[in-house]
Design a protein around this ligand. Structure first.
Ligand code: ARG
Length: 257
């Protein structure tokens, strides 16, 4: 049973910092962009997604290596090498330097930059269309639903890249390297397993994404409402009605973040 929790240390340590970076960067980016438009919601989210990769990539590398520890083909690799996630990253750094610790960084950036853009855009559009007002008795269920669906939309939008990223970060466990590049990994994966390879693990990812992101977005939104009651939860002024496109006119309502 404990095997199901292999590698949990890394995301537990990393997600606190990642969420702090994500919501801090997104809020500041929205203030700098000035107008609360769907495009700016996407851009601010994408900026946050790109910046948090600095932590996300090594965190997921450690998680992947801890989960695969003891599964290698060679006897020497099957014994427990890493004591914990930090020890895992330290040993990778000793062996392979910064390049080793940042293995999978390019695919992580390709996944997270648009992924977080979709994440925040979906949440903004859903909370506006559901009418998440502080006086609404159903505000919390609406926030939970919007957050969960935003997490699902985000993972669906870039999941194929996650499959490749995970394979690149797992490459070499057991002493055998299979891939020479992102394209090589993509080509070999399709050749061996067909296009369905890009849906492997998708169900479990989506089952996890809904509750995690429902809780994350609802908590952040309610916290911001609590600490900034007079501002509502608005970070920046909506585009002036005269300049708003039809979609934006429907969104004169406040953003939820
Ligand atoms: N790669 C993504 N789709 N990221 C957006 C969702 C991020 C969120 N912290 C999660 O772990 O679900």
């Amino acid at each position: 049973m404990l095997g199901l929790y292999k590698g949990i240390g890394s995301p537990m340590m990393g997600l606190t910092f990642i969420n702090a970076i994500v919501f801090g960067v997104q809020g500041n980016a929205m203030r700098r962009l000035g107008e609360d438009t769907p495009l700016n919601q996407f851009l601010a989210g994408a900026a946050a997604g790109a910046i948090q990769c600095v932590i996300c990539c090594p965190m997921e590398l450690a998680k992947t290596r801890m989960q695969l520890q003891g599964t290698g083909e060679k006897k020497s690799s099957s014994r427990k090498v890493y004591k914990n996630s930090l020890d895992c990253l330290a040993r990778i750094y000793q062996r392979e330097g910064l390049r080793g610790v940042n293995r999978g960084m390019v695919t992580t950036l390709i996944r997270e930059t648009p992924g977080f853009g979709v994440y925040f855009l979906a949440y903004d559009l859903l909370t506006r269309s559901l009418g998440c007002e502080p006086e609404d008795p159903y505000m919390i269920p609406k926030l939970l639903f919007a957050g969960g669906m935003s997490g699902i939309a985000s993972w669906l939008s870039t999941y194929p890249v996650d499959v490749i990223k995970s394979r690149l970060q797992a490459d070499g466990v057991g002493g055998k390297y299979q891939y020479s590049s992102i394209m090589d990994c993509t080509r070999k994966s399709i050749q061996r397993e067909g296009w369905r390879v890009f849906t492997r693990g998708l169900t479990s990812t989506l089952l996890r994404a809904f509750p995690v992101n429902a809780a994350t977005f609802a908590t952040v939104t309610l916290f911001l409402l609590y600490v900034r009651p007079d501002e509502g939860s608005k970070d920046c002024e909506a585009a002036p009605a005269s300049h708003q496109a039809p979609l934006q006119q429907q969104q004169a309502q406040k953003s939820s973040l």
